[in-house]
Design a protein around this ligand. Structure first.
Ligand code: PLP
Length: 387
């Protein structure tokens, strides 16, 4: 039995260090905002190349903190991709703003900058013949105006920020990088979470850098925004205990989770390299397979390989053949967000985001983790080939 993600083997490698670091927390007893949180924030900020890292309770809270700090609310449009985990667009709706979906590039599964330009133009002219818009906007000529975007580094591969950032700058929009899956990846010599105005990530156990529960972080260069994030994280705190300067959240990162992450971070860069070796091996072995499309990593990118996702018209048969041999697969994502019931109020319909809709039917992911052995990869690829 090959696990889809192998957290047990990783724990075996780190067990002594993780237990020691947790024991240290039990000794000092500072379970809320203990010294481990600051230690982690310092290490991650330096790793990513942003001035400030603010640890928080989840990747969803990281996105929420970022949107709250940017004063996003009713009347604001925030552009994002329909081919992502629900949290990315959910937080936009939660703030009372309107998510505007922008279809993906079929090669990278990330937001297509050409579509982004079309969507912005369509919204400004209130003309959904230029690009599909939420029905409410095009019909009622409501006063919704572009405010920003959340781009997603899907499956570990960053977006094309050299194209996205200039579009945003020209239009006066902020860019939040959702690197929940991209953390540890690189784009033209810079690390994920430093590629836009604000970087957000998640430490959910299955992400490239995962803790043993929920956790996340927000990254930024601006001192002013860094202060704002830290304040929003703790009930809009103004600097001392019962001084509250804004409406905020209870969104702290647990000290114990920070202690675990401090241990895991020591081997994280090696693990990213191991993931890249696993991915290269898959791609090499799957190349001759005519019914399967392996993921591409464009020149200048390094993926964090949160998932190794392939496209195939024979998806069902291949998944069944693998399952019979005890090899798990997963589908990210079987239903694009513009067709989810939760977003039906936006009025999108089938056919609005053709690439996402097509990928959702043909995509599936193979086991991916740093400890996948060569002979297991070979076995998986042989089963795929004979299916
Ligand atoms: C996992 C994930 C999130 C949410 O992270 P949580 O820590 O589970 O809240 C947001 N965006 C993307 C793209 C994700 O994969």
């Amino acid at each position: 039995m090959i696990p889809f993600i192998d957290l047990k083997t990783q724990f075996k490698h780190l067990e002594k260090d993780i237990r020691a670091r947790m024991d240290a927390v039990f000794e000092h007893g500072k379970y809320i905002m203990g010294p481990e949180v600051k230690e982690l924030e310092g290490k991650l900020a330096a790793f990513v190349g942003m001035k400030h890292c603010i640890g928080c309770a989840s990747g969803t809270d990281a996105l929420l903190i970022a949107l709250m700090a940017m004063d996003v609310g009713p009347g604001d449009a925030v552009f994002t991709t329909p081919f992502t985990f629900i949290a990315t667009a959910e937080v936009i709706s939660l703030m009372g703003a309107t998510p505007i979906f922008v279809d993906i590039d079929p090669k990278t599964f990330n937001m297509d900058p050409d579509n982004l330009q079309l969507a912005i133009r369509a919204l400004k002219r209130r003309d959904s013949s230029i690009y599909p818009l939420p029905v409410a906007i095009s019909q009622e000529l409501s006063s919704i105006t572009p405010k920003g975007m959340i781009s997603v580094d899907l499956f570990g591969l960053s977006c094309d920020y050299d194209r996205i950032n200039p579009i945003a700058r020209r239009e006066g929009l902020f860019v939040i990088e959702d690197a929940a899956q991209g953390f540890g990846g690189e784009y033209k010599g810079k690390r994920a979470c430093s590629l836009a105005d604000i970087g957000c990530t998640s430490f959910f156990p299955a992400k490239p850098l995962g803790c043993y529960g929920d956790g996340g972080a927000v990254f930024v260069d601006s001192d002013e925004l860094g202060k704002k994030f830290a304040s929003i994280r703790v009930h809009g705190n103004g600097g001392h205990k019962y001084d509250n300067t804004r409406i905020g959240l209870n969104a702290r990162l647990d000290t114990l989770q920070a202690a675990i992450l401090n241990a895991k971070f020591d081997i994280f860069p090696q693990e990213i390299n191991l993931r890249n070796q696993v991915a290269s091996k898959y791609t090499k072995l799957l190349a001759p397979c005519p019914t399967l499309h392996a993921p591409c990593v464009p020149e200048g990118y390094k993926s964090a390989w949160a998932q190794y996702s392939v496209l195939s018209d024979r998806k069902k048969q291949i998944q069944r053949a693998l399952k019979e041999k005890g090899i798990p697969t997963a589908v990210y994502y079987p239903k694009p967000l513009h067709l989810q019931t939760a977003f039906s109020y936006l009025g999108y319909k089938e056919g609005d985001m053709l690439v996402s809709e097509d990928c959702s039917k043909r995509i599936f992911s193979l086991p991916m983790h740093p400890y996948l052995e060569d002979n297991d990869i070979e076995r998986i690829c042989r089963i795929i080939d004979s299916a």
